[in-house]
Design a protein around this ligand. Structure first.
Ligand code: BDR
Ligand code: CA
Length: 311
């Protein structure tokens, strides 16, 4: 199986990505690192530990990461994900604790210990990855691949007209990560906003007799009750699960090699991901393999089938 570490800010769709990893035999999840994002670090770490406990996988180490972005003030998305990040789910207080190393150190150690073997999937702000690659630059050559959920290339952003949440939350970190020279796949809003499920489509997973089914139901209840009445929000987007799946089933998406930079200085546009699909002679070489299309039915069917295995 593909050896993988998930860097995450759970977060409802983060939680679904974590469950998808646990449900997929193609993947061996060897660690979870947490970051401030959808909710503060304390909550994202507790949620990661509680979700692993719910799934009976306390054997997977959790390393807590950055509590703040590199330069800017923290921003969160509690209106979407609920006050503590998992909607209305109230999971048991975890009994296990994070490992002693901070996430950036954990990432460096694990990647150095298995050169060429580990894939990093990052579905939150990129603070931990930026710190890791600054700490030990050689990991850029030693990681198998880095797969990121973030950015908006040909579509508008979801936090400002120009920027997507994960990049906007820590643009300086994203800038470091995009220019670090490691093999990078980017799963942006261009594809993640195409994969959404309605409450009815989620129903087969919300089984009351299953602990995980009850958790999924309670997480989504927050979203659907607050947002679904507004037309544009009728579907819950599977941003992070799609990025996770892209790490081991890249054939479910189409990819284009492209040069992408992150805007740091614009007044209206911090965190914008500027993608040079039409190259000019002076355009730097491509630094990203960007997803440009997705097999919507293929992926959503795959997602529902996999999560059902956990119920
Ligand atoms: C991203 O932002 C977060 O709210 C989601 O978990 C996802 O990672 C989508 O823009
Ligand atoms: Ca996320």
């Amino acid at each position: 199986p593909l050896r993988l570490i998930l860097d995450t800010d759970p977060g409802i769709d983060d939680a679904l990505a974590l469950l998808l990893a646990l449900a997929s035999p193609e993947v061996s999840l060897e660690g979870v690192t947490t970051v401030s994002g959808n909710v503060p670090l304390e909550d994202t770490t507790r949620n990661a530990l509680a979700l692993l406990a719910l799934a009976g996988r306390e054997d997977i180490p959790v390393a807590a990461g950055a509590a703040r972005p590199l330069v800017r003030e923290p921003i969160h998305a509690a209106e979407v994900h609920g006050q503590h990040g998992l909607g209305r789910a109230e999971l048991a207080e975890p009994t296990s604790a994070p490992v002693s190393q901070p996430a950036a150190v954990f990432l460096c150690e694990r990647i150095k210990a298995a050169p060429g073997a580990l894939t990093l999937v990052a579905v939150g702000p990129l603070t931990n990855l930026a710190l890791a690659v600054r700490l030990v630059p050689e990991i850029a050559q030693q990681v198998r691949e880095v797969v990121i959920m973030g950015g908006a290339l040909r579509v508008p952003g979801n936090i400002t007209p120009a920027a997507e949440f994960n990049i906007y939350a820590d643009p300086e970190a994203a800038h470091i990560v995009f220019h670090a020279g490691w093999p990078l796949r980017l799963v942006s809003l261009d594809t993640t906003q195409q994969v959404g499920l309605t409450r009815t489509q989620f129903a087969p997973l919300c089984r009351p007799e299953s602990r995980i089914g009850r958790c999924i139901d309670a997480m989504l209840a927050h979203y659907f009750e607050n947002f679904a009445p507004r037309a544009a929000y009728e579907r819950f987007h599977l941003h992070d699960p799609l990025a996770l799946a892209a790490a081991f089933h890249p054939e479910m998406l189409q990819w284009e090699s492209v040069y992408i930079d992150v805007e740091l200085s614009g007044h209206q546009t911090p965190g914008a991901t500027v993608a040079w699909f039409r190259r000019r002679p002076e355009t730097p070489p491509a630094n990203v393999l960007a997803a440009t299309a997705v097999d919507v039915t293929g992926f959503t069917t795959f997602f529902l089938e996999r999560l059902a295995r956990l119920l």
